[in-house]
Design a protein. Structure first.
Length: 207
């Protein structure tokens, strides 16, 4: 059977790595509204600089703390920033198992919008060598959904863009991949990945 893809490109957060939503420090303990830290850290004008490599992860953290300081003071800002950086997370083991099986047939490339801390974090949880290549946006200077990061990922996989399966929990990122001719799958549950990889692995999804 002819497969519609010769490589698997997979997102990290929300797919292969899952964060504990209750793992952040309680902002209310410092007189702040819930998600204040996230709103500061992920403000487009700040996070875009971090995930395209304009600033390092350490510089990003410093700017987060700097912007939190007027709201809660320097000590609390430093503590909240640190808690945000080390928020507990886990490997999505069933996804890892499927990707490991896929690697027996085609290259698997991790494609993620991340800071310069990515490789250290992956090594810490044993994911650094779990894929054939890693495309870190901060290392290549472009982030999803910029078309260039998809093209770079296809180049790393050694296949044409049109021969890639792209998996992401962001519908916008998947839409951009499809516009380039990739097969795109929005990840919401394990069954989505099982279905996408089924023809490659010769399996049916579990429900």
């Amino acid at each position: 059977m002819t497969l519609p893809f010769d490589a698997v490109l997979c997102d990290l957060d929300g797919v292969l790595r899952i964060f504990d939503p209750d793992g952040l420090a309680r902002e209310s303990d410092f007189g702040l509204d819930a998600d204040t830290v996230k709103s500061v850290a992920f403000a487009p004008e700040l996070v875009n600089r971090a995930v395209t490599g304009e600033i390092t992860d350490e510089e990003w953290q410093a700017l987060i703390a700097e912007q939190l300081t007027p709201l809660c003071g320097p000590a609390a800002a430093a503590e909240l920033t640190r808690a945000f950086v080390v928020a507990p997370h886990r490997v999505n083991t069933p996804v890892l198992e499927l990707l490991t099986q896929a690697r027996e047939h085609v290259p698997v490339v991790l494609v993620t919008n991340a800071t310069t801390r990515l490789e250290r974090d992956l090594a810490r949880v044993g994911l650094l060598n779990a894929v054939d290549a890693i495309v870190n946006s901060s290392a290549v200077g472009v982030a999803k959904p910029d078309r260039r990061i998809y093209e770079i990922a296809a180049e790393r996989a050694g296949v044409a863009v049109s021969r890639c399966l792209f998996i992401d929990d962001s519908a916008g990122n998947v839409r951009a991949a499809r516009q380039l001719g990739m097969t795109g799958v929005v990840y919401g549950a394990l069954a989505d990945l099982e279905t996408a990889l089924g023809p490659l692995l010769g399996t049916a999804p579990r429900y």
